[in-house]
Design a protein around this ligand. Structure first.
Ligand code: CMP
Length: 143
């Protein structure tokens, strides 16, 4: 079963979208493995976004993601990495289709509501950055 890292960004938290976003992934049938409300420290933000270090918007990106609490999550499901990305929609909310999270809730690329891992490698890396192994909860949903 595949795991992915998803994070409601500071704009989504401030706009009270945590519940609506969690509902979508629950409705999809993915299983919540871990979740926490947290404020990201500068060093974690820089590590998390290090692949964008040379981009002109890097400083803005780090500054925004540390500007207020985020809701970090790990979800599990069949094809959850690509599936969650589909549900999030295009990075730029102006290009995201209606029915997707960014298409329904966002307007600006810099405030695009949610982050999600884009590959198995980034999922493993991001889950490890944000969660200790003991915070990942596996359970039988048939109980
Ligand atoms: P995210 O999925 O968190 O990964 C990198 C982020 O960079 C992306 O979402 C956007 O929020 C942000 N981003 C991408 N392009 C731009 C841009 N041109 N200006 C500002 N932020 C951007």
């Amino acid at each position: 079963m595949e795991r992915t890292f998803l994070m409601v960004k500071p704009d989504g938290v401030q706009r009270n979208l945590i519940g609506s976003i969690v509902q979508r992934f629950e409705d999809k049938g993915y299983q919540l493995v871990a979740a926490k409300l947290m404020t990201i420290e500068q060093s974690l933000a820089e590590t998390h976004y290090e692949e964008h270090k040379e981009r002109p918007f890097y400083n803005e990106l780090v500054s925004f993601i540390t500007s207020g609490p985020v809701f970090a999550m790990v979800w599990e499901g069949e094809g959850a990495i690509a599936g969650a990305r589909e549900m999030m929609g295009a990075t730029n909310p102006q290009e995201a289709s209606p029915g997707t999270i960014r298409g329904d809730f966002g307007q600006q690329v810099s405030k695009n509501i949610i982050h999600g891992s884009d590959s198995p490698e980034s999922a493993a890396r991001e889950i490890g950055l944000f969660f200790d192994e003991k915070e990942l909860v596996s359970y039988d949903k048939s109980i």
